[in-house]
Design a protein around this ligand. Structure first.
Ligand code: SAM
Length: 231
């Protein structure tokens, strides 16, 4: 059971990245016990909560949420309410808006407990099945869309450690073209649609992987983690 102290607790709850079975018993218990659940997208959050018959008050907390939403959460914690934050997928705070809330809560309410409920993340799931060394890697999150993007590709080309980033379906082809230009000899591994029906690993040089996408346009849809080996 959650202990009820003076200040509320903020639970950062990891949720599935595609397969609803990938949720911990602790996550389900906490989501069932808190006073309120903030979701990156309430419609997405509700799908998971309904699946597990968790009937809770929800509200949104996303990238466009204004300061007022953070204030609301801070006020709830100050009033002793227990609050959970979930993302659309994976671990809140890993390349999604959760990081801003946790930062603000730590600064504004240093006495409030912020508790991780660990679970899936596309980052760790991808690395775990890539077969690529993970003793040293650099995670770029999402690459900048314009300014600085080519500089990062040049940096990755020179890296002596594994590089990882998240990519969207709109940019995957362009990204592979940039990797072909800047890092033609490196091994590229793409983890696509992890934990879902069409989960797959595509690997080879940027040229090889690009050819797979060009020959199979349907593969450009979905969600991707891109891993570039050191060598
Ligand atoms: N916080 C999340 C986590 O811990 O994985 C990541 C959030 S980020 C906004 C979303 C990105 O994660 C997607 O664009 C994609 O690059 C990656 N991603 C999420 N789910 C995925 C999946 N099932 N397969 C591959 N990549 C995925």
């Amino acid at each position: 059971m959650i202990e009820f102290g003076k200040k509320g607790k903020l639970f950062i709850v990891a949720t599935p990245i595609g397969n609803f079975e990938d949720i911990t018993l602790r996550a389900l218990r906490v989501l069932g016990e808190v006073d309120m659940i903030f979701c990156e997208d309430t419609r997405e959050g509700k799908k998971l909560l309904n699946h597990y018959k968790i009937d809770k008050l929800t509200d949104s907390f996303h990238a466009q949420s204004n300061q007022g939403k953070t204030e609301k959460i801070i006020e709830l914690l100050e009033a002793g309410k227990n609050v959970a934050l979930i993302s659309d997928a994976g671990t809140p705070g890993i390349s999604d808006p959760g990081v801003a809330l946790v930062h603000e809560a730590r600064v504004r309410l240093p006495e409030a407990e912020i508790i991780s409920i660990p679970g899936p993340s596309a980052l760790t799931a991808a690395l775990s099945i890539s077969g690529i060394p993970t003793d040293e890697f650099i995670f770029y999150g999402f690459l900048p869309h314009k300014k600085g993007r080519q500089t990062i590709f040049k940096e990755i080309a020179e890296l002596k450690r594994t590089a990882v980033f998240y990519e969207s379906p709109h940019r995957i082809i362009k990204t592979l073209e940039s990797l072909r230009k800047h890092a033609p000899d490196k091994k590229i591994t793409i983890a696509r649609e992890l934990t879902k029906i069409h989960e797959e690993i595509l690997a080879g040089s940027a040229e090889d992987v690009l050819a797979i996408f060009q020959n199979n346009p349907e593969k450009s849809r979905g969600e991707f983690v891109v891993i570039i080996s050191a060598e």
